[in-house]
Design a protein around this ligand. Structure first.
Ligand code: AHG
Ligand code: MN
Ligand code: MN
Length: 281
């Protein structure tokens, strides 16, 4: 698996270099979940496909920007699902964005997740690699990723990152979110899941939510390359996840590689509060 990490490091370094002078315009095309693709969504996807295709240990690639999985080597063990550019709608405003990777063994299902990785293209290039614990790395002047620290979620945080358009929230969700603000939580939401989750992980806690809404009853965020990798990372950091009903997002199973689900990632305190608010009569 370490070999796959090395190929991912090469891919994110190339994307980070390309991002210095990017084409921020849109293509005419849409991806499977209906987002209009930026030229850079497609470029990042190509960089990752071309780089990871050279790794002999990868059986298949699943990308947000490809309708179908791409089989590389039937004999190999690992399936890599990825969001090549997360937060791409923030390209034009020069906010931090990232790439997300999930490494599944044999089958693309949450139970088969063996590692999750994300990169942050911000003022610095950072990489978080999670196998058994959550390790933060930072690129140095020699283009090497240097270990910075282990990321750990405390029992309770202070940040409330609230996804979805408020007018489309249901009453239960609106009441729960307001309750956290009344309790002293601060709003922190950029619109790039990688950055919003990175802030919560680096500050040691808080809640990131993207609920079911009136216009998206299954939520917006995609299970295989957004929700599962961040659920894996959150839980390995000592936090908890849920879809509003269950005790872990990693209990979910989907057949459609572009499936979406309502999702909540946080410290144990916030997820327990969510489960109480969502499930009390
Ligand atoms: P992507 O750029 O890969 O399409 O993902 C965007 C996602 C996620 O990063 C973010 O949390 C969410 O969409 C933001 O959606 P809203 O603008 O609806 O809050
Ligand atoms: Mn995304
Ligand atoms: Mn994307």
């Amino acid at each position: 698996m370490d070999e796959i990490f090395d190929y991912i490091k090469k891919a994110v370094l190339s994307i980070s270099n390309e991002l210095k002078f990017p084409d921020t315009s849109y293509n005419q095309s849409q991806n499977k979940t209906g987002d209009t693709q930026l030229k850079f969504d497609v470029i990042s996807d190509e960089i990752i496909t071309n780089t990871l295709s050279k790794c002999p240990n990868i059986k298949a690639l699943i990308s947000e920007e490809k309708d179908e999985s791409l089989i590389l080597n039937e004999e190999a063990t690992y399936i890599v699902a990825y969001d090549p550019l997360d937060g791409s709608s923030l390209m034009d405003v020069n906010f931090a964005i990232g790439s997300i990777f999930a490494i599944y063994e044999k089958k693309a299902q949450a139970k088969c997740l063996k590692a999750a990785i994300y990169s942050i293209y911000g003022p610095r290039l950072e990489l978080v690699i999670c196998k058994d614990c959550v390790n933060l790395y930072r690129l140095n002047k020699e283009n090497e990723f240097i270990f910075v620290k282990k990321l750990i979620m405390q029992e309770k945080g202070k940040i409330n990152a609230t996804g979805g358009t408020q007018k489309n929230w249901d009453e239960k969700h609106a009441k729960f979110i307001k309750g956290l603000f009344d309790d002293g939580y601060r709003l922190r939401y950029s619109g790039a899941m990688v950055s919003d989750m990175h802030q919560i992980l680096c500050k040691g806690g808080g809640l990131f939510s993207y609920p079911a809404t009136k216009n998206s009853v299954n939520g917006k965020l995609r299970a295989f390359f957004e929700v599962f990798p961040f659920a894996y990372i959150t839980e390995k950091a000592g936090g908890k996840t849920s879809n509003g009903l269950n005790e872990s997002l990693l209990d979910l199973e989907f057949d459609n590689i572009h499936a979406t689900t309502p999702c909540f990632f946080g410290s144990k305190y916030e997820i327990n509060a969510l489960l109480k608010a969502y499930n009390e009569r």
